[in-house]
Design a protein around this ligand. Sequence first.
Ligand code: SAM
Length: 372
Amino acid sequence: MTVTLIATTTMGFESGLAREIRALGIEDVQVDNGKVSFVGQLTDICRANIHLRLAGRIYVQMAAFEAKSFDQLYEQALLVAWEDWIGPEDQCPVAQATSLKSTLFSRSDCQAIVKKAIVDRLARVYGRANLPETGAMLPVRVQINRDQVLLSIDSSGSGLNKRGYRVRTDQAPLRETLAAGLIDIARWYPEKETLLDPFCGSGTLLIEAALKAKHIAPGLNRAFNAEAWKMLSRKDWDQAREQARDLIDMDATCEIIGSDINERAVQTAKASLKAAGVTGVTVRTAPFQETLVTADRGKIITNPPYGERLGEKDEIEALYGAFGAHLREHYAHWRTYILTSFDEFEDCFGQKARKNRKVFNGGIECRFYQYY
Ligand SMILES: C[S@@+](CC[C@H](N)C(=O)[O-])C[C@H]1O[C@@H](n2cnc3c(N)ncnc32)[C@H](O)[C@@H]1O
């Protein structure tokens, strides 16, 4: 049985995500704004959730149709074979609805109508007046764009950024999927180049780089909604995990170095690296000037402070200036990639970037400056 799956992602990461999906051997891939749709086998639900580093969630597409009235929405939603996916005891909250440039704009009404259609259909098929909704979780999403309705079910559960290696979250870390996307944009080749993050904080970039270098699938150690779905068996999941484990290469050579001025952040990074099960990453407490790497080539991928608090502007300008001078003196042959929301970054850093890309970090508009 084939299914259409939708992997969501951060704007700007779509082509990287499409590359990851193709690397799973899936060819029917369609790139859109903030998402990549693809046609796969049922077991690709397991593989996509386990392997994709840049995906936020994996949805199973249930239906796509036009609706300009609530009646049409109800009738079309009633035609969907929900019972193939949702068992008589399962939970199917219509948890999310969006509407853009469409006749049906009341999201709460659309949610209620789709829910009614699903419940009516399941009650009829299962011959039950009441559905207990105590079993597996199948959250339904309704998206309407120019009167085109897309109904899908979230197979992931918590966002795929939740890899399970975070030990503390008190340092405002980068989202894991964002870190993986930045490493992808920087095209870091682990076997050839050293990677350095001199403002590593809790180490998200280092950990994501190490997972990639060692071919460790990011979702190997977490649970997903679809593990309890009747459509997939325990064996499907065990096999997908087994295959992912077979790909791990702990001996793969790579040099990943991180440092941060904050001792507590470094301790967090070390604990998370351990929890992620990766080795070969060096992390130490030091101001960026004191982290000198002898390799004559490599990539610096980093996320320095942005100076969002009042009164920090002068300090941040000085920090960026000193960082720019330091890189030009010691890392002339390296490529540098810097994520910051600070508007005058290039002026302070003392050099115009070759390229920059707009990226949102937890709702903050940032630029990913690229120097080479
Ligand atoms: C935006 S945070 C990095 C967050 C990190 N990417 C993560 O995922 O946790 C910036 C970091 O720069 C560190 N920092 C500030 N000034 C520094 C300096 N002069 N040298 C080295 N690190 C510094 C801070 O301690 C903080 O951890």
